[in-house]
Design a binder for this molecule. Structure first.
Ligand code: 0L1
Ligand code: MG
Length: 261
């Protein structure tokens, strides 16, 4: 990054995504980058994408599990944007050949039935706004070398967002115990991880409420019809061309994701 302006950071992050190139942290050149400015960089990247024709389809939470926070060395959850260009249909091959160093993680996703606007949103209020619950995979692809970042870096980089897929099967939220929802993750037919929904801030509804309250600070709300990815239940695993990840959820069903060149 050549200097300390939002415009320079935005241009560099967009260039790396386009050119499939990772690089050093924003904070190497801008050590006192604060969280508010990092979110302004994130919003400005989104504005550029929207100007270029992309549409916002939802929001994502990142670093909502303690295990992942410990591994990435960042102990605060964050939010980012989802656009139509990141969306994959179930069964669609993930274009890993067009990405930098993709990793994938199973998540619980919501489709919103009502607008959810903070501040002061509780987990109970958040769940009442949910229309349906889905199994999901997120493909993350940090624009920083070796996924090495601080909190302001990963916020500026839209929480490493790249692609995502949610199951076609829509499960009504009533009657689900999402804290106890079990998930088994297989990579190329071998079980590598298991978790429950409690891994996501104790309950995925806590992540949804957190997103609504964080967005309120940016003058925004979660809109009806939007998708919310609540955060990885397990560690993220490398996604390779020809490799397949399969997440088997107890109530939400199974979802698989295969990479291609
Ligand atoms: O969705 C996520 O949890 C990713 C947040 C950013 C951290 C990472 O790149 O692992
Ligand atoms: Mg994620």
């Amino acid at each position: 990054m050549a200097d300390r302006t939002i415009e320079t950071a935005v241009a560099e992050l967009l260039r790396r995504e386009r050119d499939r190139e990772d690089g050093g942290k924003v904070t190497e050149r801008w050590p006192d980058l604060d969280l508010g400015t990092a979110y302004r960089i994130q919003d400005a990247v989104l504005d550029r994408k929207v100007r270029d024709g992309e549409t916002v389809v939802g929001v994502k939470l990142g670093l909502t599990s303690r295990a992942k926070q410990r591994r990435m060395g960042v102990d605060v959850p964050l939010t980012g944007w989802l656009t139509d260009a990141m969306t994959m249909a179930p069964g669609e091959l993930a274009p890993v050949g067009r990405l930098i160093h993709p990793r994938a993680e199973p998540e619980i996703a919501f489709i919103m039935g009502e607008r959810l606007s903070g501040p002061g949103v509780t987990a109970e209020r958040a769940m009442r706004a949910v229309a349906s619950v889905h199994a999901a995979f997120e493909v993350i692809d940090s624009r920083f070398r070796d996924f090495d970042f601080t909190l302001p870096d990963v916020v500026a980089d839209n929480a490493s967002s790249s692609r995502f897929v949610i199951s076609a099967r829509a499960v009504p939220p009533d009657g689900l115990d999402l804290a106890a929802e079990e998930c088994r993750l297989d990579v190329d037919g071998r079980t590598v991880d298991t978790a429950t929904g409690a891994a996501v801030l104790g309950h995925p509804a806590n992540a949804l409420a957190l997103a609504a309250n964080e967005l309120a600070g940016r003058g925004k709300a979660i809109e009806p019809g939007w998708i919310v990815l609540t955060g990885g239940l397990t560690d993220a695993h490398p996604l390779r061309a020809g490799g397949t990840l399969c997440a088997e959820f107890a109530s939400l069903g199974a979802l698989s994701l295969t990479g291609t060149t």
